[in-house]
Write a protein that binds this ligand. Structure first.
Ligand code: GDG
Length: 469
């Protein structure tokens, strides 16, 4: 078996892969340890041109090499802050209204991809299998192919793939899809995303998709598949239980004074539907006065990408909404929304999930949404909370024990909260069992192993970047 090379925008540090970092780092590291190989990507540092060019910096941990490079300010602005997060992220989340397109940023995005690919080449061996992650790196395989690399290369998209009519908003949409055709295997979170890609290929790229799923486009053949990312549910359950008697949980319990608890945790991002969620909670207090003073929403939202203008706006909007709703319904001893703009320890979060009666997860669009899965896994099976989940999270297709809501329907969400707050124990347990069975059947290991086994079995093509049309 050839080595595994993982490329992602950010690389976890060796310590993060062992501690309480997000499950993804742990899952990917597991595969790297088994096969031996390299995890390559940006270190997260902005550095001088000299330092950037000197990279990658190598750190060895057993059979795994962590290889990272710094980015110059210009590269960071154009590739990361610009085209990745101000064009691709909003459009792929159906927020064309928040997207901008700048030719220089797009050129920078391609330039950085080519530069990173060039840096990786000297670390490659002929039978390595290469797994590229996410929207920052769409042109990565094309750049490798341009340098003559014929290894198997797979790509997993963590975020939604938009319907063609939405993708057309990005002027170089065709170049992006042509770049995707340079992979041997494309993995999507849901069948909807896969279908949207096939739709683009057949309707806008004069390609074909055969009955057995083989895609032919831009002179290349590739496979696509649905690989639902998961968590390791039993590990989360164990850690959540272990942390439940810690000080922070006891303090929270005491401060709630017997009130019901609704928990939400999201990166502070406009795709997560935070404003809509606050308004739905407001509806609950408005329409059901008996809940005033008796239920608290804890929203944890650590800031991300805070140097991108649209993220500054969502932060202001949310502060305004929290202040407005709290101003309206607070009492001297009651604050309906506790809005915490900071990062918490992972196991602390899981134990807070376990303490709550509702997990309120309502993105407007989301590739999968791991918080929804973590919430389920963290529950106490003897007295589980209820997951209220947006139909626009990829996880909604799997978690049939959740109460599904449309995040644009404040009253519908309010009704679901009511239902969850009043749900009898046996119904909660039944729903929890259904959700846990889904999580166990398709855990993070299944996601990783099925993608890699499909990638390792695609035939190697000797062609480069394809002839185009
Ligand atoms: C992208 C896609 C897809 C959050 N706050 C804290 C914290 N978190 C952790 C959560 C969870 C992770 O971050 C967030 O994962 P999500 O899946 O919910 O969302 P994205 O960050 O947008 O991830 C998404 C995912 O990629 C994987 O493919 O599911 O659709 O958008 O694990 O627990 N962790 C800690 N402190 C926090 O305050 N420690």
């Amino acid at each position: 078996m050839g080595r595994l090379i993982v490329v992602s925008n950010r690389v976890a540090t060796p310590t993060e892969t062992k501690g309480s970092a997000g499950g993804l780092a742990v899952g990917v590291f597991g595969a790297l340890k088994d096969a031996g190989g390299v995890w390559f990507g940006w270190s997260g540092d902005v550095v001088s041109e000299t330092v950037a060019n000197a990279g990658p910096t190598l750190e060895q941990d057993g059979a795994v090499t962590f290889a990272t490079v710094g980015l110059t300010r210009k590269d960071y602005d154009q590739y990361y802050r610009g085209f990745s997060n101000a064009t691709l992220w909003p459009v792929f989340h159906y927020r064309n209204d928040l997207a901008r397109y700048e030719r220089e940023e797009y050129a920078g995005y391609r330039r950085v991809n080519a530069w990173l690919a060039h840096k990786l080449i000297r670390l490659l061996e002929p039978d390595d299998v290469i797994w590229i992650h996410d929207y920052h790196l769409i042109p990565f395989a094309e750049a490798l192919r341009n340098e003559g690399i014929t290894n198997r290369i797979g790509f997993f998209l963590h975020i939604p793939f938009p319907a063609p009519q939405i993708l057309l908003n990005i002027p170089p949409h065709e170049e992006l899809v042509k770049s995707l055709s340079c992979y041997d295997l494309l993995g999507f979170q849901t069948a909807t995303d896969q279908l949207a890609f096939h739709d683009y290929v057949t309707r806008h790229a004069r390609g074909t998709v055969s009955a057995d799923g083989l895609v032919e486009a831009f002179g290349r053949k590739l496979r696509t598949g649905v690989y639902r990312i998961g968590v390791f549910p039993d590990e989360i359950a164990e850690q959540a239980k272990r942390y439940e008697s810690r000080q922070h949980v006891l303090e929270l319990k005491q401060s709630l004074e017997g009130r019901k608890l609704i928990m939400s945790v999201d990166r502070l991002d406009y795709s997560k539907g935070l404003v809509e969620r606050f308004r739905a909670f407001e509806q609950l207090l408005e329409r059901s006065p008996e809940w005033r003073g008796n239920v608290t929403l804890v929203q944890i939202a650590p800031p991300t990408r805070s140097d991108v203008a649209t993220y500054q706006k969502i932060r202001q909007d949310l502060e305004y909404e929290a202040g407005r709703i709290n101003g309206r319904y607070s009492g001297l001893d009651y604050t309906p929304i506790r809005y915490l703009n900071q990062q918490y320890d992972r196991w602390k979060l899981m134990s807070l999930f376990r303490e709550s009666q509702i997990g309120f997860v309502t993105p407007l669009h989301d590739g999968m949404n791991l918080v929804a899965k973590e919430y389920v896994a963290a529950q106490n099976p003897d007295d589980p909370g209820v997951l209220v989940l947006s139909i626009f999270a990829g996880a909604a297709a799997e978690l049939s024990g959740a109460l599904l809501v449309n995040p644009h329907d404040a009253i519908g969400m309010c009704d679901a909260l009511q239902r969850a707050l009043q749900m009898p124990l046996d119904a909660r347990q039944r729903r929890h069992e259904i959700n846990m069975a889904a999580l166990r059947k398709n855990d993070l290991g299944v996601w990783r192993d099925s993608f890699l086994s499909d990638l390792r079995s695609v035939p190697v093509q000797q062609t480069g970047t394809g002839g185009g049309r």
